[in-house]
Design a protein around this ligand. Structure first.
Ligand SMILES: Cc1cc2nc3c(=O)[nH]c(=O)nc-3n(C[C@H](O)[C@H](O)[C@H](O)COP(=O)(O)OP(=O)(O)OC[C@H]3O[C@@H](n4cnc5c(N)ncnc54)[C@H](O)[C@@H]3O)c2cc1C
Length: 465
């Protein structure tokens, strides 16, 4: 590393704290400014995705900083989706036909705290809390902060500023409003928002429903999901339209309506949630959106990373994983161009942007899959076939989900291109009656591969990929 350069990181969330740790390990002088109080000392209010699905791409980040074993202690394996139908029946649809492929439920707070603790062990990393970035002067490489304890403003200078301040990034806002360069920006909201609820632990401290799955109550236009926590509780999230359909967030205003909605749509979940009204009326209803923008960097001065550069909807369980993978990609580019910030930032964006665009689009696809398609018989047939292929040919077949989630050595974009073609191939063959699931698996695999290759060829010719 060239002589002790000063790096200013805005935001000590999941991405910022991992980045601070890694740059600290590399020997940089790192100063991190976070708007909120220190979450290790103050309980941060509920209602903000308390737990998250953590998987192989995120774990690459943990391996990079040597924390993979420590993170395991915070994880609860989830082997598949536990689907709860309208009659209260359940069935599990595993994430993969390979036993070692599963995702994990991890506490956002505990994971963030672990990363902050490890970052702070480095003398050259300093964390500041209650300091809110108001704007960034990217030409001068300075940031304006408000100290929320003293209510005074101050300016910080650095060699490089990296903003990991999440979906509402102050630095991205400075890029946008400055009009000093061509900055493209889009923010697309779903018509659906989310609200967090909870299933509390059983009286004996155990889990009230099966622990090792991601529970889903798919209901076509809306859904409920639940992920386990280490203390025996589940964090439950309701995804519902703000204003469409018989029930929506705008008309669920009284206790009676909320109970009637849950009684009608999720009676088995309601039976596990005697605390529902408290949760429903205490926790906020928040929007869900996708942010895309470009460029992510201004010369060699400033860079956006994590949700600040590419916020996505949560339906692939990949936002945090993608943000951790950002740090891994960034680190490998530093290996090549260390000391030449403009080259580092440009190469990082050129490498990474198509992948974060891909996971943003895949996450929207999965919104429809989770709330609706998982209950569709054709989709279930496809999943059954894919599970059988993965089990029988562990090195020859991976579903789109497995490509995205468990094949961290290929990029999101490659996973998307191949995965979508496979999905199309299987659904087309099934709907044309050309796949008899009783045939031997090798001949089914050959048919799926042949059709997939034909689709990929067509897509290349028409310029779709
Ligand atoms: C409901 C929901 C469920 C999700 N589930 C999953 C999941 O299962 N798996 C998964 O991988 N991802 C999931 N995500 C996505 C994941 O939460 C984000 O992708 C991840 O938190 C991004 O990390 P980040 O550090 O970039 O941003 P954040 O975690 O948002 O961190 C940004 C930090 O910057 C601070 N900050 C903000 N503004 C300022 C400012 N002006 N000045 C100083 N500091 C500031 C914030 O306080 C925060 O600490 C989910 C998201 C939501 C909303």
């Amino acid at each position: 590393m060239p002589d002790q350069q000063n790096i200013l990181i805005i935001g000590a969330g999941l991405c910022g704290s991992l980045l601070a740790l890694r740059l600290g390990q590399r020997g940089y002088n790192v100063n991190v400014y976070e708007m909120r109080p220190d979450l290790r000392r103050v309980k941060i209010s509920a209602g903000r995705s308390i737990n998250l699905a953590f998987s192989d791409r995120g774990n690459k980040g943990m391996k990079l900083v040597g924390l993979q074993d420590r993170v395991k202690d915070l994880c609860i394996p989830m082997y598949g989706r536990m689907i709860h139908d309208e009659q209260g029946n359940t069935f599990q649809s595993n994430y993969s036909g390979r036993d070692h492929e599963y995702i994990n439920s991890v506490s956002r707070g505990q994971l963030n705290a672990l990363l902050l603790d490890e970052a702070e062990k480095h003398e050259n990393v300093t964390l500041y809390f209650n300091k809110k970035c108001k704007s960034v002067d990217f030409e001068r490489t300075t940031a304006l902060f408000q100290d929320l304890e003293t209510n005074s403003d101050f300016v910080e200078d650095a060699d490089v500023i990296i903003a990991t301040d999440g979906a509402g990034s102050a630095m991205r806002q400075s890029y946008f409003s400055s009009k000093k360069f061509l900055f493209s920006f889009s923010q697309n909201f779903l018509n659906h928002g989310y609200k967090e609820l909870s299933i509390l632990p059983a009286d004996n401290g155990g889990y009230k429903t099966y622990k090792n799955a991601l529970h889903i109550w798919p209901r076509g236009n809306f859904m409920l999901i639940a992920l386990p926590n280490l203390d025996g509780s589940f964090t439950v999230t309701l995804f519902l339209s703000f204003d469409e359909g018989e029930y929506n967030f705008n008309n669920l205003t009284g206790e009676e309506q909320v109970l009637a909605f849950f009684q009608k749509e999720f009676p088995d979940a309601l039976a596990l949630m005697p605390n529902i009204l408290d949760d429903f009326f205490r926790n906020p209803t928040s929007p869900l959106g996708t942010v895309k923008c470009a460029p992510w960097h201004y010369k060699g001065n400033t860079l956006l990373m994590g949700d600040a550069a590419h916020a996505i909807v949560p339906f692939y369980g990949q936002g945090m994983n993608a943000s951790f993978e950002d740090v891994v990609v960034f680190d490998s580019i530093l290996d090549t161009y260390e000391g030449q910030w403009e080259k580092v930032f440009a190469a990082y964006e050129a490498t990474r942007k198509k992948d974060t665009d891909a996971i943003a689009d895949l996450a929207i696809d999965n919104f429809y899959e989770m709330r609706d398609h998982v209950a569709n018989p054709m989709f279930q047939k496809k999943r059954k076939l894919e599970m059988a292929l993965e089990k029988a040919f562990p090195t020859l077949y991976s579903s789109k989900y497995a490509l995205v989630t468990f094949n961290e050595h290929i990029s999101y974009n490659e996973a998307m291109v191949r995965g979508r073609a496979q999905d199309k191939a299987i659904l087309k063959l099934l709907s044309d009656g050309k796949l008899n699931l009783d045939d031997d698996l090798k001949s089914l695999l050959d048919k799926v591969n042949e059709k997939t290759e034909a689709i990929l060829r067509d897509d290349r010719i028409t310029g779709f990929i």
